[in-house]
Design a protein around this ligand. Structure first.
Ligand code: ADP
Length: 294
């Protein structure tokens, strides 16, 4: 195995993403470089939640980020889909391609730890209100020892939310930000975030308006101007990764072959450089590497 730092790849769960193509490429790349795969699954979760009579609800934070409202029932549906179906189908695909993949949620071995935000402030119809019974949080600590042990033993970790709170409660976390925290904790030089768009588009959904390169200082204003919904969180995750020492964050398109190589070659949106804390509203989080068992 080459001495390069591990590559962290996050693959989303949006319509049109081809997980077979992603797994084909990862199976080829892992011969030269350690890889950690982080995945989403929000579209499938929405479908299953609706089928189970508990349709998804999304809320907007005062700083404009959209997230899934996660009560206990939603958390359990989320676990069924992310940890059960999506995680195992990725592990199965990778094993079929000769890769010794191992699926873990952020709960397992306290891989992703953080503080549960049980009370949430949301904006609805222009008014701020408080929501309780919320099972979400943010990854503040990554159990690097666990990941190092798996990588050294030749396993390819396939990681999924939820994470675990410091008090030991499962909590939903954003997959892009968890991937950023993981890349930071591993000292990864690159984080590739794959979804169903070619990158950040100045005029979504027009693919000809892709923004090829963003300097850290421009991330927040560009996000305010162009990114809607979940794309804003991807850019926040990118800022967090850069703030924690990841050198390049690459947004790429997982609907066509060789998405990782194309993203690394700059065919999506490249973000690199040192994050300067701007005067804006983004609270860029720093993650702790946990190098002892916690
Ligand atoms: P995933 O589930 O793959 O993590 P998301 O669906 O959460 O990805 O985020 C990607 C989505 O962000 C795109 O499918 C698109 O609908 C949305 N989006 C909003 N604004 C933009 C933009 N300016 N450029 C590209 N995508 C955008």
């Amino acid at each position: 195995m080459a001495s390069q730092s591990p590559l962290v790849v996050k693959v989303g769960g949006g319509a049109g993403i081809d997980l077979d193509l992603v797994c084909d490429e990862i199976a080829a790349l892992v011969a030269d470089r350690e890889i950690v795969l982080v995945h989403g699954g929000s579209q499938r979760t929405n479908e299953v939640a609706a089928a189970l009579g508990h349709p998804p609800r999304f809320v907007t934070s005062p700083s404009g980020f959209v997230s899934r409202l996660t009560d206990r029932a939603t958390l359990e549906i989320f676990e069924m889909v992310y940890c059960g179906q999506v995680n195992k189908s990725l592990v199965e695909r990778l094993i079929a391609r000769g890769v010794t993949a191992i699926g873990l949620s952020g709960i397992d071995g306290r891989l992703w730890q953080g503080t549960r935000k049980d009370v949430l402030r949301v904006v609805e119809d222009g008014r701020t209100r408080i929501i309780r019974d919320n099972y979400t949080g943010r990854v503040e600590r990554v159990n690097r020892t666990l990941l190092d042990n798996l990588l050294t033993s030749g396993y390819l970790p396939v990681l999924t939310p939820p994470a675990i709170s410091f008090a030991g409660e499962a909590m939903n976390v954003d997959g892009d930000r968890a991937a950023a925290a993981t890349a930071a904790a591993l000292g990864a030089s690159e984080l590739v975030i794959l979804s169903n768009v070619p990158g950040l588009l100045a005029d979504f959904p027009d693919p000809t308006t892709r923004i090829p390169y963003i300097r850290p200082g421009d991330l927040e204003p560009l996000a305010q101007r162009h990114a809607r919904g979940r794309m804003r969180i991807k850019l926040l995750a990118a800022a967090e990764a850069l703030a924690c020492g990841v050198q390049r964050v690459l947004l790429g398109d997982a609907t066509a072959p060789r998405p990782v190589a194309r993203a690394l070659a700059g065919e999506g949106t490249v973000m690199s450089g040192e994050w300067q804390v701007a005067s804006g509203e983004w609270q860029v989080a720093r993650v702790k590497q946990v190098s002892e068992l916690i």
